[in-house]
Unconditional design. Structure first.
Length: 147
């Protein structure tokens, strides 16, 4: 599933991108619905944002701590993004807790999202697609020098 804009919010659609490893595919298969659909949608959005953001380069999809993880090994422009399911249910997009990615996003959109400290933004099944693009773009370019 991918994210598709419907007004200001994202809705789930079907992705065409194959998984880079059977282990990552198995990790997604292990997520229960509806979390799986939301996480697949976030996966599609990560690849889409990476493709449209200059300087990011190829995305490597792997597992870190048993969760699907997305890195920029070619350019080293970003911090790792991980996808998972928090204990409270739903879905989560994680970044390294010692970066400012989540605190920057929280400052831009106070009260609009649920956060798990400085490490994750939590989702149900829909979210504002343009705001998520901003979060993912920031994570994928976190280590890139400013112009």
């Amino acid at each position: 599933m991918g994210l598709q804009a419907q007004g200001r919010h994202a809705v789930l659609t079907d992705p065409a991108r194959p998984f880079q490893s059977p282990d990552v595919e198995a990790a997604f298969d292990a997520f229960p619905e509806p979390a799986r659909g939301t996480l697949l949608a976030l996966r599609a959005l990560i690849f889409e944002v990476a493709a449209e953001t200059p300087g990011v380069g190829a995305i490597e999809e792997t597992l870190k701590w048993g969760q699907p993880a997305y890195l920029t090994p070619e350019t080293k422009s970003g911090t790792t993004i991980r996808l998972g399911m928090p204990k409270t249910g739903g879905a989560a997009l994680y970044t390294h807790c010692q970066t400012t990615v989540m605190s920057d996003f929280r400052a831009l959109f106070p009260g609009e999202f649920t956060f798990d400290g400085n490490r994750a933004v939590l989702f149900d099944t829909s979210a504002d697609i343009e705001k998520l693009r901003m979060l993912i773009r920031h994570a994928l370019t976190y280590h890139r020098p400013l112009p």
